[in-house]
Design a protein around this ligand. Sequence first.
Ligand code: 5GP
Length: 123
Amino acid sequence: MAYDDSNIFARILRGEIPCRKVFEDEHVLAFDDIRPLAPTHVLVIPKGHYTSAQDFAEAASEAEIVAFVRAIGRIARERGIDASGHRLLANHGADGRQEVPHFHVHLVGGRDLGRMLPRAAEE
Ligand code: 5GP
């Protein structure tokens, strides 16, 4: 899938749309989700143009991957959800119901998040 430069996170990266920034370095931007599902709901995105988790895994440089993973750990600690627990989630493609075609990880915590996924009958 080709990268769509008009997606909402590309526009946030270009500063065309505001965000509540949580963290930024050379490779990574993190900001609060606009529709939070928990007291902490941060979106962590690479600055590079990767469409999905799969694209990032295959095409990102080691420096980008290291920066990304370290940023997630740092934000979790700063938000105080390293000890209490949290969830990392990356939706990929149609079955994953990915809405925004710029790779992102949801960092969610601050309450008991329940079971990981509903069983098919509950959807
Ligand atoms: P996905 O389903 O692609 O994994 O999740 C996309 C996420 O982006 C959703 O949780 C949605 O609330 C969030 N989102 C969509 N548009 C915006 C926006 O303009 N600003 C912010 N901060 N989050 C957004």
